[in-house]
Design a binder for this molecule. Structure first.
Ligand SMILES: NC(=O)c1ccc[n+]([C@@H]2O[C@H](COP(=O)([O-])OP(=O)(O)OC[C@H]3O[C@@H](n4cnc5c(N)ncnc54)[C@H](O)[C@@H]3O)[C@@H](O)[C@H]2O)c1
Length: 267
């Protein structure tokens, strides 16, 4: 019988993380590197990737490879596995984390419904949902070949529940329809892929609640008051879920959505 510490080891497994330079993506990369994986950072933010790569190399015994890529190009997305396999022997883990988020600066995005633009809707569906579909498809043969491949899709509580727009009163914040629709779609894509790629590859989702990022007070206090654990998430809160779903700790788990929200969605 294997020990817990053996089951959670990712020694020399190769992990691709999209949105690596972001707030949650960088913590996901650090978690995987700490457990022994080599990490491929995929993001269009070159400066952020450089900083993260330096940090990981200084802290962990991990090889880091950067792919500065705009995921808006399907050809570039489809080319990712080939670029990774020119550096490494396998692709063991894929984390689909890149997304247009509430803080993205876009026309017709965090505005009232009547002002949300169809062009921005299409872009959000492309980055948040179509890219995970294309990239998982492109990586699927390599993931299958490892016999322990794991795909983790980063969704959101807003892929599960509708927004309470009263939280956003007196703030410039918003909660766009395309974000909710793309994240809900990602959860169903997770279940669909979990059956299609079984038994070789496991596919699961993580749905974080709102992460503290100096949000204005009317929002913060209302959000906290309706969260059973009495606070917003921190970036660190995602680490345990990533360690569990990426490793053999969850070898018999597929098609699931691990909700990391302090209980926000339970009532
Ligand atoms: N922060 C939260 O409160 C929260 C809550 C729930 C879910 N999430 C989810 O977590 C994930 C990460 O969110 P975050 O808060 O870290 O956001 P973030 O904006 O800090 O990170 C997103 C990253 O994706 C990259 N990216 C976006 N579009 C890209 C493109 N076209 N090509 C290449 N890279 C691109 C950005 O450069 C950025 O580094 C997202 O999927 C988000 O929906 C976040």
């Amino acid at each position: 019988m294997k020990t817990i510490s053996t089951l959670m080891q990712l020694d020399r497994r190769v992990a691709i993380i999209t949105g690596a330079a972001g707030r949650l993506g960088s913590q996901i990369c650090e978690t995987l590197a700490e457990l022994g994986a080599d990490v491929v950072l995929v993001d269009m933010n070159e400066h952020g990737c450089n900083e993260l790569a330096e940090r990981i190399e200084a802290r962990y015994n991990a090889d880091v490879h950067k792919l500065i890529t705009n995921l808006g190009s399907e050809d570039d997305v489809r080319g990712i596995p080939e670029r990774v396999l020119s550096q490494y022997d396998s692709i063991d883990i894929l984390v689909n984390c890149a997304a247009l988020v509430g803080t993205s600066h876009l026309q017709g995005w965090t505005t009232p419904f009547s002002e949300q633009s169809a062009d921005t809707w299409r872009l959000a569906l492309e980055i948040n949902l179509t890219v995970p579909f294309v990239l998982t498809q492109a990586c699927s043969e390599a993931l299958k070949a490892t016999e322990h491949g794991s795909v983790i899709n980063i969704s959101s509580i807003y892929g599960i529940v509708g927004p309470d727009m009263r939280l956003y009163d007196q703030t410039a914040m918003g909660n766009p329809a395309a974000y909710a629709a793309s994240k809900g779609g990602l959860l169903q894509l997770t279940r669909w892929l979990a059956t299609i790629l079984a038994p070789h590859v496991r596919v699961n989702a993580i749905s974080p609640g709102g992460v503290w990022n100096n949000q204005p007070d009317p929002f913060h206090s209302k959000y906290v008051s309706r969260t059973p654990l009495g606070r917003m998430a921190t970036e660190e809160d995602i680490k345990g879920a990533v360690a569990y779903l990426a490793s053999d700790l969850s070898a018999y788990v597929t098609g699931q959505n691990l909700i990391i929200d302090g209980g926000f969605t339970i009532w």
